[in-house]
Design a protein around this ligand. Sequence first.
Ligand SMILES: C[S@@+](CC[C@H](N)C(=O)[O-])C[C@H]1O[C@@H](n2cnc3c(N)ncnc32)[C@H](O)[C@@H]1O
Length: 213
Amino acid sequence: MEIEEAGVIVERLYADVRPYEISHDSRSQLADRDESFRYGEIVPTALNEMLREYPADDTRILYDLGSGTGRTVFLAALLFDFAKLVGVELLGGLHRAAQRKLGEYDAQIRPGLPRAKQKLIIEFRNEDIGETDFSEADVVVAHATCFQPLLMERLARQAERLKPGSRMILVGKSISSPMFSLEKVEPHEMDWGRTPVFFLTKISGPCDSEELP
Ligand SMILES: C[S@@+](CC[C@H](N)C(=O)[O-])C[C@H]1O[C@@H](n2cnc3c(N)ncnc32)[C@H](O)[C@@H]1O
C-alpha cells in the first residue's frame, strides 16, 4: 500500500489517542523515573524508508520493541507484506491502547483490505523487551533513543538469540554485540529532528564462529 493511503488509515484509527498523555499517566505510577520509558513516535515517511531496506514477504515476522500505542505496527502492516507483526510494550496504559486499536482495526479496517493483508497476524504483548523472546523475528525495529545502557545490554543479549540473517533497525542507539554486523548508519528525519538509524544484520549464532576441538 502507498504511504499516503496507509497514513490516512492510521491517522483515522488514532484520532482519539493521546499517546504522550497515556505514557505520562503510566510513567507516573512507576516506582523509579526510568528515562527508557520516554515516549516518541517514528514518523511514517521514516518508517517507510527504513523498512524498504529489507523487502518483506508473506513469510516474514516483524517485532517493534517498545511499541507504545502500536501505531508503528499498524503502519508497517499496511505498508509491507509481513506474515506477522508483534508489538511489545511494558507500560500498561500504552499496551491497552494498542489492544483497543487492534479491536477497531479488526472490526473496521481489516475486512476492507486486499485478501492477502486480511490474514496477517498482529499481536501486542505487555512484556519487558529485556526479557521477551523475539527470536522468531526476521526484522526487529526499536525506537531506542532514550533506552538506558542497562536496557540496551539486556536487549543485546535477547537479540543474540535471533537467527543468522535477521535484521535490526535501531533508532537513535545501537547495541554492542559481536554477533551483529553494522551495515550502515543513516540519518532519518524524526519529528524532533534528524536522528541516526543503525541497520544491523545477525551474522552468527553462539556456536557458529568457534572451531570445535
Ligand atoms: C520512543 S517510544 C517508541 C514507540 C513506538 N515504537 C514508535 O516508534 O512509534 C519507546 C517505547 O518503549 C517503551 N519501553 C521502554 N522500556 C521498555 C521495556 N523495558 N519493555 C517494554 N517497553 C519499553 C516505552 O514505554 C515507549 O513506549
